[in-house]
Design a binder for this molecule. Structure first.
Ligand code: F6P
Length: 354
């Protein structure tokens, strides 16, 4: 069994606050504990198409990056070496360049790669591992929708950002007696919406896991009015399922505008919409995310040191563990409609529109 001397690190998929904290932790542990060389691979596995773009990461390179959002390595959510899109003679073609990627990693002297990414990046890692690349995964997404880990870093920061926004919306909603909608990210899961909705004291939360009707929301607004509450704050997950009557306009507008217009028509009240978008992916990671990211980075290096490849670090019962990447990919973690979090929200009068 050959000794590990050099590792590569790459970040793939959408960025999340805490990526730099993982890179810093992995680089520090690799150099300080094991005296390995670390190569930073730019823009996910795309960086291995042009190996000359990869560069050594020293302790100096990771100094000061802990509180920084984004990733110093760059990322892409399009790159897949098995389906690499390129333009040849003016036409888009898709090629499998996975062999080149593996050859180039060997040319760089890389013995193993730590890949920090979400479900898509881990699937690519699995396919590269099947072709002989030594890989270890670190899960990442602000959506917190990976089933193999209780929490992903980036989620807590996104929650903080969304909660801050809801707090700010609250006072203007109350002053103007309006219905205010805040649309948050989360892809097909409602974790950011339900978390920030509860934390920000929202009155209605719409998530992909719970189908809703406009009528129920309007009834809830009317009920609040009858109690003298002339404003309503609604948090909508970007992946919420539109009721059938609004679906045909789906492409025309952001989901919250469609829902907002329908609620305005049903309540005869002013509705304003704020779509938070990529603000939730930026900014300095919270202490929770910095700590989790640091633990993940160090744990990934330990897996490499044990040559325990094909695994992804994860958090289970507050402990850092590892799972087979093969068992981790493709299984989305959704909010349970009748789970404790949803029941807690209902118990304090939050309406899910159902
Ligand atoms: O998965 C993270 C995420 O921010 C989702 O919440 C969102 O749906 C998506 O990525 C946005 O992706 P893009 O950056 O490609 O617009």
């Amino acid at each position: 069994m050959s000794e590990i001397r050099c590792i590569g690190i790459c970040t793939g998929g959408g960025d999340a606050p805490g990526l730099n904290a993982v890179i810093r932790a992995a680089v520090k542990a690799a150099i300080l504990k094991y005296n390995w060389t670390v190569i930073g691979i730019p823009d996910g596995f795309d960086g291995l198409i042009w190996p000359e773009k990869s560069r050594e990461l020293t302790l100096k390179d990771v100094s000061g990056i802990l509180p920084r959002g984004g990733t110093i390595l760059g990322t892409t959510n399009r790159g897949n070496p098995f389906h690499y899109k390129t333009v040849e003679n003016g036409e888009e073609v898709t090629r499998d360049i996975s062999d080149e990627v593996i050859t180039n990693s060997r040319k760089l002297g890389i013995d193993a790669v730590i890949t920090i990414g979400g479900d898509g990046s881990q699937k690519i890692a699995l396919d590269l591992a099947a072709k002989g690349m030594n890989l270890v995964g670190v899960p990442k997404t602000i959506d917190n929708d990976l089933s193999a880990t209780e929490v992903t870093f980036g989620f807590d920061t996104a929650l903080q950002t969304a909660t801050d926004a809801i707090d700010k919306i609250h006072t203007t909603a109350e002053s103007h007696h309006r219905i205010m909608i805040v649309e948050v990210m989360g892809r097909d899961a409602g974790w950011i919406a339900i978390g920030a909705g509860i934390a920000g004291g929202a009155h209605v939360i719409l998530i992909p896991e719970i189908p809703f009707t406009i009528q129920k929301i309007c009834e809830h607004v009317a009920q609040r009015e009858s109690f003298g509450k002339r404003f309503t704050v609604i948090v909508i997950a970007e992946g919420a399922q539109l009721p059938p009557e609004l679906r045909e306009n789906r492409r025309a507008s952001a989901i919250s505008n469609l829902i907002g217009n329908a609620i305005s028509a049903g309540t005869n009240k002013d509705v304003r919409v704020s779509v938070l978008g990529h603000i939730q992916r930026g900014g300095s990671p919270t202490p929770y995310d910095r700590i989790l990211a640091t633990r993940f980075g160090v744990a990934a290096v330990e897996l490499v040191a044990k040559r325990d490849f094909g695994k992804m670090v994860c958090l289970r019962s507050e402990r850092i563990e590892a799972v087979q990447i093969a068992d981790a990919v493709g299984i989305m973690k959704a909010v349970k409609p009748d789970g404790e979090l949803a029941r807690t929200a209902r118990a304090i009068g939050i309406c899910f529109g159902d």
